[in-house]
Design a binder for this molecule. Structure first.
Ligand code: AMP
Length: 225
């Protein structure tokens, strides 16, 4: 079995970040940690925290850093992440979150930050077709990758729906926030030589193959000479 991996998957909405993160978590046999899924599940639970989070999610706004850092810190102390690693999806989204992550993981480090690169036109087309399982968060596309039975999740049998925040306004707001808050993370990780930028255009299999090849290349011990 492969040794696992500690990876961050970055990319704007519609880059296939969620799909790739799930596939990578199966490949490396490590948990998929998606902050968006954690917030959506809090919203569904109807807790006080969930009600507050819903306001940010519905508007397409970022949840404040201290709240997000708190839930990720708690999650990354569970045994299932400390041995073989994890795939982080949707976190970090700001430089402040990236800085906090260094402290959360120390003395361990991230192996690689995978930046899935895509143009805005393709994003808008993909997001209009995006559907997610309301129970397990699996991603589908009505055009490219529909569930086998209409509206029923292949993985868990849950209901497959359009996300409440996949409205045109919220999508535009998230793209704007991505450019302002999250895009600076790309140069931040690049300066630290932790970044691999790969094109997100292609079938899910093609993109996963590219990512795994790159992660394995970086993890391979250097050949002398
Ligand atoms: P996602 O499923 O990753 O698109 O996240 C859905 C929503 O959850 C985002 O639009 C934000 O409102 C919130 N969210 C998820 N992750 C973060 C994060 N790391 N920082 C701030 N807000 C987040």
């Amino acid at each position: 079995m492969n040794p696992g991996a500690r990876l961050i998957v970055l990319g704007k909405q519609g880059a296939g970040k969620g799909t790739q993160a799930v596939r990578l978590s199966h490949h490396y046999v490590v948990p998929h940690i998606a902050t968006g899924d954690m917030f959506r599940s809090a919203v569904r639970s109807g807790s006080e925290f969930g009600t507050k989070a819903k306001e940010y999610l519905d508007a397409g706004d970022l949840v404040p850093d201290d709240i997000v850092i708190g839930i990720v810190t708690e999650r990354l102390t569970h045994d299932d992440t400390t041995h073989r690693g994890f795939i982080l999806d949707g976190f970090p989204r700001t430089v402040q979150q990236a800085e906090a992550l260094i402290d959360i993981l120390a003395p361990q480090k991230i192996d690689l930050v995978v930046n899935l690169d895509i143009d805005n036109e393709t994003v808008l087309r993909r997001l209009a077709a995006r559907r997610v399982c309301s129970d397990c968060g699996a991603n589908y596309s009505v055009t490219d990758n529909p569930p086998r039975v209409t509206d029923i999740c292949d993985v868990c049998g849950g209901e497959v729906v359009q996300r409440d925040d996949d409205t045109e306004n919220a999508i535009m707001r998230r793209l704007e926030l991505y450019e302002r808050e999250t895009a600076p993370l790309i140069s931040w990780y690049d300066e630290r030589e932790m970044l691999a930028t790969l094109s997100a255009v292609g079938t899910p299999d093609e993109v996963t193959d590219k990512v795994v090849t790159e992660v394995d290349r970086r993890q391979a011990p250097e050949v002398a000479g």
